[in-house]
Design a protein around this ligand. Sequence first.
Ligand code: PLP
Length: 410
Amino acid sequence: MALVNEHFLKLPGSYLFSDIAKKVNTFRITHPKQEVIRLGIGDVTRPLPPACIEAMHRAVDEMTNASTFHGYGPEQGYDFLIEAIIKHDYAPRGIHFSPTEVFVNDGAKSDTGNIGDILRHDNSVGVTDPIYPVYIDSNVMCGRAGVLEEDGKWSNVTYMPCTAENNFVPEIPDKRIDIVYLCYPNNPTGTTLTKSQLKKWVDYALANDTLILFDAAYEAFIQEEDVPHSIYEIKGAKKCAIEFRSFSKTAGFTGVRCGYTVVPKELTAATLTGERIPLNRLWNRRQCTKFNGTSYITQRAAEAIYTPAGKQQIKENIDYYMNNARTMKEGLEAAGLKVYGGVNAPYIWLKAPNGIGSWRFFEQMLYEANVVGTPGVGFGPSGEGYIRLTAFGNHEDCVEAMRRIRKWLV
Ligand code: PLP
């Protein structure tokens, strides 16, 4: 008899987006003439940069000829892409890696979810709250999160609240934690840490032998000077951190699927007997066993992001989304609302007025302004009382949504 992994049974259903869809549907049926604007979407809407399209076409043509055809590639990614990543994403910031420290993948979700494969099931885990749900759910699946308690928190997970009260800066824990997830710029709050704030985390990790899993999926949206693009800008981080990057939001690759993970050679973790093992070696072993590489065509498209034309084209897309974010932030503030994020990230974190809950405000905004957001409580207990709006829609919709919200509230 095959037995199931019972940890999966502990996972509560992921109802957030289906609950939203149901509520929007009900509204549509009862208000057929009203047009709803969706500002809750987490997917990009701008097409791929032409430089990537051209590179993909060329790669497809190579596949037509036996002499240029590509079958299985290296599990870690092709050198041409790894070298472009090192040269353009890290070297200009004074950070140097060898090609074997970069692992190309099919997006950051896979690796942020799978990295736990190389870590013992009984490590303690810390997360900022609210949070990208993959970090917690993937730990639940292997039993590392413990059991779900009445307050909606997992017993082996330390939650570090990020709210307006602490300016969305998570407090350094007063105890040691084995693994800490940090995501900056943050989804869902859109907030960032400065270099000195991030340094406190690196110092904590070095002092406590903590592994930081740093998700920098929104790095390309950073506009301000003092915001680090990589955790490796902080001295000592190569000894305590793995970094995840994604081309999804940077270059419209949500459907193409490509990203990468950096596991520095200096980074080690202990066995029960205290021996230090390089995590790079274990991750390489894991990838070679369970992953057969990202497609050649996709990696050629990703390489094209780093050409002068590609860089210019992705900047135009990012500027487009960040202009939406500015429009939304200014519009919501003009309507008397308190908003966070939206400066270095395509997410706006809106505080519901008068202390009302996330879901109540979600419904009011839907019924009164016909605008859809995502209730913040869906991202964790500290998200209660907030709504997430994204800047990934088209500009005209953002302008119209702000007009409606102002009309409703002012
Ligand atoms: N990390 C964060 C914080 C995200 O918000 C997302 C996607 O929404 C991902 C990772 C996953 O991105 P990818 O498309 O690269 O899998």
